[in-house]
Write a protein that binds this ligand. Structure first.
Ligand code: GLA
Length: 383
């Protein structure tokens, strides 16, 4: 993220003006995947990669937006009928609309933005963009909206303007991130707790398969439907069940014959994963990284075999990690491509990265990308 570039482009594009500058990060998630929309727990943290946007109200009813990275300029109004066609601009438009729905008097503005969260790598570049604008518009137009509602503005943007029925994890992590801490969020009660995360003798590294799945958003929505179908079946016997969070394996087995085999597998993964988050938090408090790592491998297995959101490339990267004796490794984020997150002992790090690069290239004819992760602060105003 480079504030100078954003400022220079803004000045150039908008005739010498300057505005206010805001930033929001992407995120990692140590464990707790596809649990957020099931009312379960997640364990994300913000990272040192994100979006920076400069913004200045322009006294009109129009937004003039410039994507520095895509070199694309779009102008749109603020009413529902004014939705822009460019997919990147839909995020900014959606945030404006969701803020307006919450009573914020959003007016026209000029803006330019740039980011260094790799797109489609499972590090939530879209949440970083949404959180940047939600935080900025709240500040510039005196919205008085609290941080949770800002995260929900981003989530509602995904639902209503992008078409992804995501949970709250990504936007929450982007807004609430804190340097050096992961955050356990109970996605039902929205209670959260910061856990200092500085595993001595280990590194967290992301290995990006550079695979992007075309149908990721429709497959994601389908997973969510499977979970909801199982909840509906369970509610007939257990009316108190609101989410898979309220379900254990014994209850799940009661509806085995009533739901499809596929939906059952999805639910089985979720029920186990919700418990794994709690187990990992306990292990972390004891400094027991071996258990943390073991649970990460279990998550990968579940995401690959039961939830079926991995792919051959990610399974391959996970196998290399296992072979090299990496403490923990798993596919991170929504899946269908993107990164694995790896907890690696310092002394193994160089060998693992070299192995991952070379064997991946030998098998798939291209190199994975490597990102060392620094757990960082959430949404903020820079100048
Ligand atoms: C995407 C969604 C999140 C979450 C993860 C999977 O990142 O945006 O809400 O469901 O997938 O854990």
């Amino acid at each position: 993220m480079d504030i100078e570039t954003v400022r220079n482009r803004f000045i150039k594009h908008f005739d010498g003006q300057t505005g206010s500058v805001y930033a929001s990060p992407g995120r990692i998630n140590l464990i707790g995947e596809h649990t957020d929309y099931n009312g379960g727990f997640v364990f994300p943290g913000a990272i040192d990669k994100g979006m920076i946007a400069e913004i200045k109200p322009n006294g009109t009813k129009k937004v003039l937006a410039y994507s520095i990275d895509l070199k694309d300029f779009v102008e749109f109004g603020l009413e529902e009928k004014d939705a822009p066609k460019a997919s990147w601009a839909k995020y900014i438009f959606g945030v404006c609309r969701e803020m307006i729905k919450r009573g914020v008097k959003v007016e026209g503005f000029n803006t330019a933005f740039s980011g260094d969260v790799p797109l489609g790598a499972g590090m939530s570049s879209s949440a970083a963009l949404e959180s940047t604008y939600a935080f900025a518009l709240n500040d510039l137009f005196n919205g008085n909206i609290d941080k949770f509602e800002l995260a929900k503005v981003g989530q509602a943007t995904e639902h209503n303007y992008v078409g992804v029925n995501c949970g709250i994890m990504d936007q929450f992590a982007s807004v609430f991130g804190k340097a050096g801490s992961l955050i356990r969020l109970d996605c039902r009660s929205l209670e959260y707790k910061y856990f200092p995360f500085n595993p001595k003798g280990y590194k967290l590294v992301l290995v990006d398969s550079v695979v992007k799945h075309e149908l990721a958003s429709s497959a994601y929505n389908k997973r969510r439907q499977s979970c909801e179908a199982v909840v509906a079946a369970l509610q007939k016997k257990h009316p108190h069940v609101e989410f898979l969070r309220d379900v254990d394996m014994k209850m799940l087995n009661e509806v085995k014959g009533e739901v499809s085999e596929e939906d059952f597998m999805r639910a089985e993964y979720v029920v186990e994963e919700i418990q794994r988050v709690l187990d990992v938090c306990d292990a972390l408090e004891k400094g027991d990284y071996e258990t943390v790592g073991k649970k990460m491998y279990e998550t990968h297995e579940g995401l690959s075999k039961l939830y079926e959101v991995s792919c051959v490339e990610l399974d391959f990267l996970n196998d290399i990690a296992k072979k090299d004796g990496v403490t923990g490794s798993r596919v991170m984020g929504g899946g269908f491509g993107g990164c694995t997150i790896n907890l690696v002992k310092d002394e193994l790090y160089d060998k693992f990265i070299a192995d991952a690069k070379e064997s991946y290239n030998t098998k798939f004819g291209r190199y994975p990308k490597i990102y060392d992760v620094v757990v960082s602060d959430g949404s903020r105003k820079l100048i």
